[in-house]
Design a protein around this ligand. Structure first.
Ligand code: TRP
Length: 330
């Protein structure tokens, strides 16, 4: 069975973009793969080191969103990165063979330093972001890593580090493949990419009435100023949400022609979308509520997940120490 690893940083509540892009794929993968899904708190600390006070609360929110979306702790290992110390051990080992040039040239590194002006990211830790990410993946010998396109540069470094380690010390790691997964376009309420930092997100934790309110306020095709103006569904962000949430293709066709001929208005179209979102999100929200009241159970899920992850990670580290001629104390 192929091993799968993926992770998310605990920066707060997740939105429907995370759900439709990453989580819906993970939920499928857990059925027929050995899956490790980690809330990567060390990675969050790399940029938020000045204020770690929200880490544990955010870890809990992410866990709730994952369980709500359908990750099943019986089918996959769900854990916090910091609970499995082998990630940091492998990070140390890989940092020895990580050429500075690879890290300095990484496009996300340059971009983040420029964009996150309010944080000082010129640290040793942040430069090593891709090294820790490689450790996350390689410590489980994962070969499938479902991530968005924005992570491809990091994954390329993971592959190169695996190859470099094997060249120096003998074959230990498989090269993880880049598994670009189905990633539907999920715009935010203003039509831009959905993102918490834009304030345009529909959150998994938003109650149904809140989702409805946000959708009613959503931008549509700018050409449809008045109810009688015909629109172009291809230029409407509401249409993109329909494509994910509306399973009725006949209805989709009707709405599209109604929009083009101004037979239906944006309000009508949104009403239909809200009905589909409600149907899709109701069981998800019920699961979120169920787990929300069970703090001990949540801690148990993380503890179990970490215990399972540790078994695999420890086995890999035995091989790593052996390859590095660092004997284990017996
Ligand atoms: N960097 C990833 C992100 O921001 C999160 C992450 C950390 C990750 N380690 C990983 C993803 C390992 C896949 C595999 O989305």
């Amino acid at each position: 069975m192929d091993v799968v690893f993926s992770g998310m940083r605990p920066t707060g509540r997740l939105h429907l973009g995370h759900m439709a892009g990453a989580l819906s794929n993970w939920v499928k993968l857990q059925e027929d793969h050995e899956c490790y899904f980690s809330i990567v708190d060390w990675h969050a600390l790399m940029s938020d080191y000045a204020d770690p006070s929200k880490l544990s609360l955010n870890t809990r929110e992410v866990l709730l969103d994952w369980l709500a979306a359908g990750l099943d702790p019986q089918k996959c290992a769900i854990f916090a990165q910091s609970h499995v110390k082998q990630h940091t051990e492998l990070h140390m080992a890989l940092s020895m063979i990580s050429p500075l040039g690879w890290l300095e040239r990484c496009p996300t590194y340059k971009e983040q330093i420029l964009n996150l002006r309010n944080k000082d990211l010129s640290t040793y830790g942040f430069l090593g972001y891709p090294v820790l990410m490689a450790s996350d993946i390689l410590v489980y010998k994962a070969v499938k890593v479902p991530v968005g396109e924005d992570q491809t540069a990091h994954l390329e470094i993971s592959r190169e580090l695996a190859r470099r380690f094997n060249n120096f010390y003998g074959p230990v790691f498989p090269e993880p493949a880049i598994t670009l997964t189905y990633n539907p376009k999920i715009p935010g309420t203003d039509g831009r990419k959905m993102s918490k930092s834009y304030g345009n997100s529909l959150d998994i934790a938003d109650e149904i009435p809140v989702l409805g309110k946000k959708i009613r306020a959503m931008t549509t095709d700018p050409a449809r100023e008045r109810r009688t103006d015909p629109g172009d569904p291809d230029r409407c962000p509401v249409r993109d949400l329909h494509k994910f949430f509306n399973p009725d293709s006949e209805q989709m066709d009707e709405i599209a022609s109604g929009c083009k001929t101004a037979a239906i208005g944006c309000v009508d179209c949104k009403k239909i979308l809200i009905a589909h979102v409600t149907e899709y999100m109701t069981p998800i929200q019920e699961r979120r509520k169920y787990f929300g009241g069970r703090g001990d159970e949540l801690n148990g899920i993380l503890a179990d997940g970490a215990a399972r992850a540790r078994v695999t990670a420890e086995r890999t580290m035995d091989e790593v120490y052996e390859a590095l001629s660092m004997p284990k104390l017996k």
